[in-house]
Design a protein around this ligand. Structure first.
Ligand code: UD1
Ligand code: CA
Length: 453
């Protein structure tokens, strides 16, 4: 089967410089969703018809299995499909999808292509309470499809028809070039309508069949930011439902956003307003507090992530405790039973088994062993203004509060660093390290007072 995705339209009502099909739904371009669905049908040719913002669209979705046909002027859906003709195989049917209709399920498309077979002309239709704006399916007394009439060309009686053309069709390919060449644009919009092919296919003896989607939302297109926002909610509700079906507990299925793939083990709990991006894996018994943002991360079994924690490109072992307000940046790798508390930032650092950084610290470009305690306010000074350097802290080190570690520096196992120490030289195992400084107390100091007016 060939699949052609029409995506040349400009999307005037989006009021945006970004081509319509590149507007993101669940973090990815609308067109990428359509391409993904198309790929699950194993097309032999996959063609995207581009026009408005062609370069940007091509750059965004280029892949070895995708070919592009450029429609220089948007003269209608029939004209758009004609641009793809040189790139498709005449011996197999062609399925036509729209780049701005992102939620169609593969099962629905398969039902349509199965109904049409090799020789039929298949139309995906749906019956709407309010069909305004859509092309209507005109049937004869026997219920057979006669033609499709666009809203702007329809008579008052035809406008009463509630069954509409979703735009998604499957057609035999060999006769298609002739049919498209015969289209006329003597209609209300002066366009070459793909919908007018139906009458030619019927006249040529091809059975005209219809199929319906499981869910009306599968056929909704995006023409405005309102519609985009509505489809985003539909998408997110579907994701939430599949998580619930898989046994995940969601505090509120209406308040979770997944922009990518979220894979959960057993007995996972997710509180409200969490955002998951990219590939995120939560192992068994993970608990996520409210308002967390987690992107491209793997979280080990039994780990608890408290409110307002941000995690990006990081991994966390089992039975760890993070947050509230913890931040793991790219390259943070936490072993089992690590604790990272409030206002602690970890970047490009390994933290070993059972180590703790519970308060107000920066751990960057560091290798921290097991059983290390990092006191409040500890900073790895990893940046000299030009280059980054590593801090190595071996097992069982006690880092006193308000310590600065000026990298590159190595602290041997079992070392104790006194509070307020600046460590800029390596320290051998089991030492106590401190900076000599004295404490001075002066009597009789008068603190300034505000002058009374
Ligand atoms: C089309 C159908 C209508 C159907 C509706 C469903 C026709 C004539 N009408 O109408 O029956 O109910 O979709 O949403 O087919 N496109 C191009 N090049 C063009 C014109 C359109 O690539 O020259 C693409 C658009 O980017 C879009 C799709 O085709 O992805 C549909 O175009 P649009 O203008 O939205 O069609 P409608 O008038 O809504
Ligand atoms: Ca449309």
């Amino acid at each position: 089967m060939n699949i052609v995705i029409l995506a040349a339209g400009m999307g005037k009502r989006m009021h945006s410089a970004l081509p319509k099909v590149l507007h993101p739904l669940a973090g990815r371009p609308l067109l990428s969703h359509v391409l993904d669905t198309a790929r699950t049908l194993d097309p032999t040719r996959l063609v995207v018809v581009i026009g408005h913002g062609a370069d940007a669209v091509r750059a965004a979705v280029a892949a070895p299995d995708v070919q592009f046909a450029v429609q220089e002027q948007q003269l209608g859906t029939g004209h758009a499909l004609a641009q793809a003709l040189p790139l498709i195989d005449p011996n197999v049917p062609t399925l036509v999808l729209y780049g701005d209709v992102p939620l169609t399920r593969a099962s629905t498309l398969r039902r349509l292509t199965d109904a049409a077979g090799r020789n039929g002309y298949g139309i995906l239709t749906v019956t709407l309470d309010d069909p305004t704006g859509y092309g209507r399916i005109v049937r004869d007394a026997a219920g057979k499809v006669v033609r499709i009439v666009e809203q702007k060309d329809a008579s008052a009686a035809e406008r009463e028809i509630a069954e509409i053309n979703t735009g998604i069709v499957v057609t035999p390919t060999a006769p298609l070039a002739g049919w498209l060449a015969a289209l006329k644009n003597d209609n209300a919009q002066g366009e070459f309508y793909l919908t007018d092919v139906v009458e030619q296919a019927k006249a040529a003896g091809h059975p005209i069949v219809t199929a319906q989607p499981d869910d009306e939302a599968e056929t909704l297109g995006v023409n405005s930011k309102q519609q985009l926002a509505e489809l985003e909610r539909v998408y997110q509700r579907n994701v939430a439902d599949s998580l619930l079906v898989a046994g995940v507990t969601l505090a509120d299925p209406a308040r979770i956003d997944v922009r990518g793939t979220l894979t959960c083990g057993r007995d996972v709990f997710i509180d409200v307003n969490c955002v998951f991006e990219g590939d995120v894996t939560l192992a068994d018994n993970v608990t996520i507090g409210p308002n967390c943002v987690i992107r491209n991360a793997a979280i080990g079994a039994g780990t608890r992530i408290d409110a307002y924690t941000h995690i990006e490109d990081a991994s966390v072992g089992a039975q760890a405790v993070l947050g509230p307000y913890a931040r793991l940046r790219p390259g943070a790798k936490l072993a089992d039973e690590v604790h990272v508390g409030n206002f602690v930032e970890v970047k490009n650092a390994n933290i070993g088994h059972g180590s703790k950084a519970n308060h107000l610290s920066y751990v960057g470009d560091a290798d921290i062993g097991a059983g290390v305690n990092i006191g409040a306010g500890t900073i790895t000074c990893n940046y000299d203004g030009a280059n980054k350097h590593r801090t190595v802290i071996e097992d069982n080190v006690f880092v006193g509060s308000d310590t600065q570690l000026v990298a590159p520096v190595r602290v041997g196992r079992g070392v104790t660093i006194a509070a307020g120490t600046t460590v800029w030289k390596d320290v051998a195992d089991d030492m106590l390290v401190l900076n000599e400084k004295s404490q001075v107390s002066k009597a009789g100091y008068a603190r300034p007072v505000k002058k009374k007016k």
